[in-house]
Design a protein around this ligand. Structure first.
Ligand SMILES: [Mg+2]
Length: 222
């Protein structure tokens, strides 16, 4: 069970963020699953990748420039998330490998944690391995299909800080006592303002994955 670091009380929020044990989300933070899905939609539905954009709805994020087509394709496109072609064809997010490697090298990466369904865990592991993400000593948790928020698992493995793009996960992690670095996406902008106002220095809004790395590494300037 999670136990607070004895040093936690001695660290400022900024120091805490730069030294904390981390649970790391995968999609949108490390893996451009949106890009993988665009490619899969092009392959299987004939929808050109450039015609799909990421909207502001986390759960139905796909938008086609033709709203009528968006409505018709939405259920089909949701299925694209967990396809082998989508997952294995997705590229790393810029800065994602540096983020994971830096934290792991410092012995701070406790877990990759994703809301992907458990059925694709072998694909996730393969993708991480093929792109050089550190796996030794790092747990990999798939929490899709459960109602439990990621922070339950994250705290159980000793993580103090969650790096994620999901409003739901960020909110529950903060409520559960963790610090959060949120990677900015179109669907989390309004919530970022509210979370910063509510949780102060325990919440950090990062413009992208590279900014998240800068926010959590001791050597980066604040
Ligand atoms: Mg994510």
């Amino acid at each position: 069970m999670y136990a607070a670091s004895p040093l936690a009380a001695d660290r400022s929020p900024d120091q805490f963020r730069r030294t904390a044990a981390v649970a790391l989300d995968i999609d949108a933070v490390l893996c451009d699953l949106v890009g993988g899905c665009r490619a899969t939609c092009a392959e299987f539905l004939g929808v050109a990748p450039e015609e799909l954009s990421l909207g502001d709805n986390y759960y139905v994020p796909w938008e086609h420039k033709d709203p009528a087509l968006t409505a018709r394709l939405a259920p089909v496109m949701l299925d694209m998330w967990s396809r082998e072609r989508t997952i294995l064809g997705a590229m790393p997010v810029a800065g994602g490998l540096a983020l994971a490697s830096t934290i792991a090298a410092a012995g701070r990466l406790r877990s990759y944690i994703t809301r992907r369904p458990p059925e694709v865990d072998f694909l996730t592991a393969r993708w991480l391995r093929e792109h050089g993400f550190p796996l030794d000593g790092v747990e990999l948790h798939h929490v899709g299909g459960t109602n439990a928020c990621k922070s339950v698992t994250a705290r159980a493995v000793g993580a103090e800080l969650l790096i994620d793009d999901s409003v739901h996960e960020a909110t529950s992690a903060l409520a559960n006592g963790m610090h959060v670095v949120m990677v900015a996406m179109p669907y989390n902008r309004a919530a970022a303002i509210e979370l910063a106002a509510t949780y102060g220095d325990r919440f950090h809004d990062a413009a992208d994955t590279a900014a998240a790395l800068a926010a959590v590494t001791p050597e980066a300037s604040s």
